[in-house]
Design a protein around this ligand. Structure first.
Ligand code: AMP
Ligand code: GLY
Length: 416
């Protein structure tokens, strides 16, 4: 019988997950909670918030959902997976406890130190005076991270001591992101890449690599964002490096989580950097990356339902991937990642084919409108990254909306 799937979330990542399930031969009915105006074309959207655990569990029970896939960290942190397990429902995501690999940088750092997993050296602070003194006695740039969920915006790479001090004041005195310590860590150098793996306890299934662009503006300038574009594959990371990252980082972390009685199920995302000494960890996430998912899942040729089912049953599964390169460009509201206006009309979407993911839109009075910081992600395929880049730029040019901006140099490490 055809399966029913519930995807939790409302962004571009969830739109990509939904589209991937839409291609599955096994899936008959797709729901997304709460979804967005674009997702509504591909799944039935249900107006339940991502952290309303009780309502989500009730919905899944009532509809007899065969598999729930969790997108955002807020839903994981609210304990959706624990609650689904208790209700006897099948869910792909980590428990609240295991989500700490993402939500607590200190937990992740301590785990890596204990199990010898390569990462930057670090120190944790709750007192701003002590943190400032530590920075003053150390080298620049200083890497300052808020220890909690900050939607990708809680990291400052300070080039000057003044900049470092004002970041520490923001986080520890003004509590810009709420209560939490800061971590100050060694600055690592090298190309970054995102390595997502499907994980079930100590069994690890690697996906294809991607690269994200976190800074707001061209030339990797401006503030850190949730991600302004991405591409997959990553040609400058060799198979040998990928294998090293799998064997020295991803598999040992999954094993460590099991050994620590916080076994991990779901997507383990390694934000990695290739240093002179080999791949090291910048951060872990406990979920699909955004915008990496939007360029990796379109390359998956195997049935995603079969794949996740095999993972949950710890069966061997070798996914098939398209040889195509996929590159995606995010269109964001001017002002993002700080303040921005909602409500502007977006025109030209009908000129694009399938491959546009809605990140923050709504549909009213017959028009798509801006409803978020990151608004759309347009992806395109090509034989290689430069070709995909050309096609993605042509697609972006179809979209008319005066309050949107985008980076024009996604993939610059390859196309320059
Ligand atoms: P995170 O949110 O921890 O992934 O950090 C955001 C971005 O800051 C990363 O993608 C890196 O570009 C940069 N970053 C974080 N930690 C370091 C580090 N230790 N050394 C160099 N760059 C870093
Ligand atoms: N692209 C980085 C993230 O998903 O956190």
């Amino acid at each position: 019988m055809g399966k029913s799937v519930l995807v939790i979330g409302s962004g571009g990542r969830e739109h990509a997950i939904v589209k991937s399930f839409k291609k599955s031969n096994r899936v008959e009915k797709l729901y997304c909670a709460p979804g967005n105006a674009g997702i509504a074309a591909d799944a039935e959207c249900v107006p339940i918030k991502v952290d309303d655990v009780e309502a989500l569990v009730n919905f899944a029970q009532r509809k007899g959902i065969d598999l729930t896939v969790v997108g955002p960290e807020a839903s994981l942190a609210a304990g959706i997976v624990d609650a689904m397990y208790s209700a006897g429902l099948k869910v792909f995501g980590p428990t609240k406890n295991a989500t700490r690999i993402e939500s607590s940088k200190q937990f992740a750092k301590e785990l890596m130190t204990k199990y010898g997993i390569p990462t930057a050296t670090y120190k944790s602070f709750s007192d701003s005076a002590e943190a400032k003194e530590f920075v003053r006695n150390g080298k620049l740039p200083a890497v300052i991270k808020f220890d909690g969920l900050a939607a990708g915006k809680g990291v400052i790479i300070a080039e000057t001591y003044d900049e470092a001090e004002s970041a520490l004041d923001d986080m520890l005195v003004n509590k810009k992101f709420g209560d939490g310590n800061v971590i100050i860590e060694e600055f690592l150098q090298g190309p970054e890449f995102s390595f997502m793996c499907f994980v079930s306890d100590d069994k690890v299934y690697p996906l294809e690599l991607a690269q994200d662009h976190k800074r707001a503006f061209d030339g990797d300038k401006g503030p850190n964002t949730g991600g302004m574009g991405a591409y997959s594959p990553v040609p400058f990371i060799s198979e040998e490096t990928k294998t090293r990252a799998l064997n020295e980082i991803m598999i040992p972390v999954a094993k460590a989580m099991t050994d620590e009685n916080t076994p991990f199920t779901g997507v383990l995302y390694g934000g990695l950097i290739l240093t002179q000494e080999g791949p090291k960890v910048i951060e872990f996430n406990a979920r699909f990356g955004d915008p990496e998912t939007e360029v990796v899942l379109p390359r998956l040729e195997s049935d995603i339902f079969d794949f996740i089912e095999a993972v949950l049953e710890k069966k061997d599964f070798i996914p098939q991937w398209s040889e195509d390169a996929v590159l995606g460009i995010v269109l964001a509201s001017i002002g993002y990642p700080d303040k921005y206006e909602k409500g502007a009309i977006i025109k030209g979407l009908e000129k694009l084919d399938e491959e546009v993911f809605h990140m923050g839109t709504l549909f009213s009075d017959g028009e798509f409108k801006v409803n978020g910081g990151r608004v759309l992600m347009v992806i395109a395929r090509g034989e290689d990254i430069p070709e995909a880049n050309l096609h993605a730029k042509e697609a972006v040019a179809c979209i008319e909306c005066p309050v949107l901006f985008h980076r024009s140099d996604i993939g610059h490490a390859i196309t320059d």
